[in-house]
Design a protein around this ligand. Structure first.
Ligand SMILES: [Fe+2]
Ligand SMILES: [Fe+2]
Length: 134
């Protein structure tokens, strides 16, 4: 099953960023699929560690892009990144403590916050970058 389906609504029109988002969403869908196929918590933790690393690298990429452009919503945007990372870390901790994958927690801690961030704040950032480069 997919926890997020990629569609045009998620495309922000900046190619490297769209590629990062597709990759991260693909990893989230793989984690949900692996859990459905009864992967062990330790195996899911390997996938979660990679997701955390790649999510951090992606957020870093966007933040480095925003900084020199004096993006007016930089702080707000960066706070949302931190919040997504914290929730992913909390989910990871919860999985290790409970030794049980909860799909509803994965949606509320990981997939939905990221999906909402891309659909709202990253769209606003994409519009800003496009306007700046015109
Ligand atoms: Fe972002
Ligand atoms: Fe993003």
């Amino acid at each position: 099953m997919s926890v997020i389906d990629w569609d045009k609504r998620l495309s922000i029109g900046i190619q490297p960023i769209d590629e990062h988002h597709k990759n991260l969403i693909g990893q989230m869908n793989n984690i949900a699929l692996a859990a459905e196929l009864l992967a062990r918590p330790n195996d899911l933790a390997v996938l979660l560690r990679k997701l955390r690393t790649d999510m951090r690298a992606h957020f870093d990429y966007e933040e480095k892009l925003m900084d020199p452009l004096s993006y007016p919503q930089f702080k707000l945007h960066r706070n949302e990144h931190r919040r997504c990372e914290e929730m992913l870390a909390d989910f990871h901790d919860k999985l290790m403590a409970e030794r049980n994958f909860s799909l509803s927690s994965f949606l509320s801690y990981v997939a939905n916050p990221f999906n909402n961030h891309v659909a709202c704040s990253d769209q606003t950032l994409g519009d800003f970058i496009r306007r700046k480069s015109q």
